[in-house]
Design a protein around this ligand. Structure first.
Ligand code: PXP
Length: 235
């Protein structure tokens, strides 16, 4: 199981004072040294955390892949191509949301994706879509020729007891179906040590992308320790 560390919230803290500290590049370097398999960053339309300079500096300073999360827009796709990004995860984006609140509405974006994904593929960019756990979403990915999905785990993160078990079983079933169709599966959103433990045994789940908890917990324990512990749990 790969661990992607999302460093957006280091930039959120930096931007709160408008200065240069804490530096998300340093967070990326420490995460890599502590065993992260990839660094994840979301370039938002309102640039509330990561900005363009951060992206090029991260790429220059790490030896593991950067996964760039972007909204489905021409600007963001062109940015990924121009900056030689290798991995792109396409996410929904609303200006007023506090965080990415759900998966991409793939039906609504179908025509844009059909027309513009080939441009990413031509530039050797590995593409995944951030989606809700739904068989229909897997079928739509097949129609689009998308071969990687990151499933949004926000609902699992906020649910406990029997309902949580039901959601995890549904995720398991959809991932199994995706695998049978040649689509690889990742997961992320709202995960912490406990939630990661609960989903790590799902067969064919290849990667967890975690941001808010890792950065928040590192205030108490240090980023390196938290990444190492998460890596040990899921590894
Ligand atoms: N994966 C994707 C595609 C995301 O957009 C995010 C952030 O919303 C995450 C993972 C990480 O979520 P969190 O910060 O809640 O761990």
């Amino acid at each position: 199981m790969r661990l992607g560390v999302n460093i957006d919230h280091v930039a959120t803290l930096r931007n709160a004072r408008g200065g240069i500290h804490p530096d998300p590049i340093k967070a990326a370097i420490i995460s890599e040294e502590a065993g992260a398999d990839l660094i994840v960053a979301h370039l938002r339309e309102d640039r509330r955390h990561i900005n363009e300079d951060d992206i090029s500096n991260i790429i220059r300073n790490i030896n593991i892949p950067l996964q760039l999360e972007v909204a489905p827009t021409n600007f963001m796709f062109n940015f990924a191509i121009k900056n030689n990004i290798k991995k792109v995860c396409i996410v929904p984006e609303k200006r007023k949301e506090l965080t990415t609140e759900g998966g991409l509405d793939i039906k609504y974006n179908f025509n844009f994706l059909k027309e513009n994904l080939p441009n990413l593929y031509r530039n050797n960019i590995e593409v995944s879509l951030f989606l809700d756990t739904d068989m229909e979403n897997v079928n739509l990915c097949l129609e689009l020729g998308v071969n990687a999905i990151e499933f949004h785990t926000g609902e699992i993160a906020n649910t406990y007891g029997e309902d949580e078990k039901v959601l995890i079983r549904r995720l398991e079933k959809v991932i199994k179906y995706a695998m049978s169709q040649g689509i690889s599966s990742r997961a992320g959103h709202g995960l912490n040590f406990d939630k990661a433990k609960k989903i790590l045994n799902i067969k064919y789940l290849e990667e967890l992308n975690i941001g808010h908890f890792i950065i928040g917990e590192s205030i108490f324990c240090g980023l390196s320790e938290v990444v190492k512990k998460m890596k040990k749990i899921i590894g």
